[in-house]
Ligand binder design. Structure first.
Ligand SMILES: Cc1cc2nc3c(=O)[nH]c(=O)nc-3n(C[C@H](O)[C@H](O)[C@H](O)COP(=O)(O)OP(=O)(O)OC[C@H]3O[C@@H](n4cnc5c(N)ncnc54)[C@H](O)[C@@H]3O)c2cc1C
Length: 455
């Protein structure tokens, strides 16, 4: 109980773990580089618009989210998406098609051809594959569900979740539950039916059935409230630069308000991105640095747009739309932000969050923003039937956005496990382990806290 714990990084992973430990009386300090907490969760109010520059929402996949909301007294801030949030569109032949969510709408949809629909029905007859760690999401989906389902459902879905490419992501590391359906039950359709029953028993929600949530003042509300509960246990504007081993425990060096400081600890939890960890641990071992450095974080531009509602012909009745690579557009998709959550815009307007770049188009960072946005706006306004220019525009460039759990990711996972065993008291966490979504990061934090408690 009296061990000193230091957490690197004040994103949702670091803060949730620190909060769970602090609540039980453990001695925890969080070091965060920026002058505010949240990491990727950034919510900005400007001229009456609320722009979530990182995650726009989370999925309530673990009861811990509800528990945190209650304990942090955020009930009046917490909100679920409007019912429109359940309708998601996919672009095909320059038209937005609702993604079918039940067998009847699947049979009626024009999103998939008849041969593709029939191919999908053959899924239960497809045999199992070999080791999924070295199998891409694309190979897996093509084999089980066919080419068209890959192109018009999975390709845009993967762009929406990971800003990634299905040809590069490992099915087992990036979508472990999907892979497990084949491994455990022999197929996706039969596996989905059986796993729903099992999940009900564990009071867990699947990503398909979990409710989409946010906060009236944006996603950053949660890390800010966690930080408030941690109070003086957080040091912001504290950039950790190195870690060294002592006879017992570890010493961290960090820059804080112009001076270099040190802090000792028995347990060190790192939740900073892998490419930063590569710098901080650079005097440790070559292999560790190699594994950290090989994890790819593609660049993403998030563009936020406000329009007069009267200038939009497209009915605003959904979550937004995703674009398959085959449609050859210069952005990945758009969330209809003000449709699904309150408080995102001023009266009479509608706001949209567009995602550009990702692993599909990594050169986005090198393109002049004015030229890029002109092209993207032209395409977006054309698809939405928008006749006037935006009344509000803002953007956030993420040079390294989301870690890609690419083929062979198991090698990184195995090495990190080995490293932790060889260096008792060091724990590697954050979104490059255990899932990238906000829900997964929160779920993983509970495991991290339990791991630390058991040391
Ligand atoms: C553009 C974008 C959109 C996304 N959309 C969604 C979405 O809609 N839904 C969803 O569920 N997920 C989404 N995600 C993913 C999700 O937001 C992240 O995976 C999650 O928030 C990561 O949390 P984390 O705490 O693990 O890491 P981070 O949020 O990256 O936190 C790491 C922290 O470490 C700090 N740090 C870095 N270097 C140092 C240092 N040297 N010393 C001290 N501190 C340091 C950073 O400042 C940061 O605060 C999105 C991510 C991005 C980038």
């Amino acid at each position: 109980m009296n061990k000193k714990i230091v957490v690197l990084g004040g994103g949702i992973s670091g803060l949730t773990t620190a909060y769970l430990l602090h609540k039980e009386g453990f001695d925890v300090t969080v070091l965060e580089k920026k002058n505010e907490v949240g990491g990727s969760m950034e919510s900005v109010f400007e001229k009456g618009y609320l722009f979530d520059r990182g995650p726009n929402s989370g999925l309530e996949t673990t009861p811990l989210i509800g528990q945190l909301v209650k304990e942090l007294r955020l009930e009046d801030q917490f909100c679920y998406s409007n019912k429109e949030g359940n309708i998601r569109y996919i672009l095909r032949n320059n038209q937005l098609h609702p993604l079918p969510m039940n067998p009847a709408s699947f049979l009626k949809t024009n999103l998939f051809s008849w041969p593709a629909k029939l191919r999908l029905l053959l899924e239960p007859l497809v045999g199992k594959s070999n080791d999924g760690y070295y199998q891409s999401v694309a190979e897996f989906v093509k084999r089980r569900l066919g080419n068209e389902f890959l192109d018009y459902a999975i390709n845009p879905f993967v762009a929406g979740v990971y800003a990634g490419n299905p040809e590069e992501l490992s099915v087992k590391s990036a979508f472990p539950k999907l892979y497990a359906l084949e491994e455990k039950y022999g197929g996706l359709i039969i596996g989905t039916i059986k796993s729903i029953k099992e999940r009900k028993k564990r009071a867990e929600k699947s990503k398909q059935s979990a409710k989409m949530f946010s906060f009236i003042n944006g996603m950053q509300t949660l890390p800010k409230a966690l930080a408030e509960a941690l109070n003086d246990k957080i040091i912001t504007s504290a950039e950790v630069t190195s870690v060294s081993k002592k006879d017992t425990g570890y010493t961290l060096t960090y820059n804080h308000e112009g001076s270099t400081k040190g802090i000792n600890c028995d347990v060190l939890l790192s939740t900073i991105p892998a490419y930063v960890a590569a710098e901080i641990f650079k005097n440790w071992d070559e292999n560790l640095i190699k594994h950290f450095s090989q994890i790819y974080y593609p660049p993403v531009v998030v563009l936020y747009l406000g329009y007069d509602k009267n200038s939009i012909k497209q009915p605003l009745d959904g979550f937004g739309f995703l674009i398959p690579i085959k449609e050859k557009k210069s952005f990945l998709g758009a969330i209809w932000s003000s449709v699904i959550f309150p408080n995102r815009t001023i009266k009479g307007n509608a706001t949209f969050t567009l995602f550009i770049g990702g692993a599909r188009n990594p050169e986005v960072g090198n393109i002049d923003k004015e030229i890029l946005f002109k092209k993207v706006l032209g395409e977006f306004e054309g698809l939405m039937g928008i006749t006037e220019k935006p009344v509000y525009q803002s953007y956030r460039y993420w040079p390294k956005s989301i870690p890609q759990y690419n083929i062979g990711y198991i090698e990184h996972e195995k090495y990190f496990d080995e490293f932790e065993k060889k260096n008792p008291g060091i724990i590697l966490g954050g979104n490059y382990r255990g899932g990238i979504s906000v829900g997964d990061c929160i779920k993983s934090s509970e495991n991290l806290a339990n791991k630390i408690k058991s040391l």
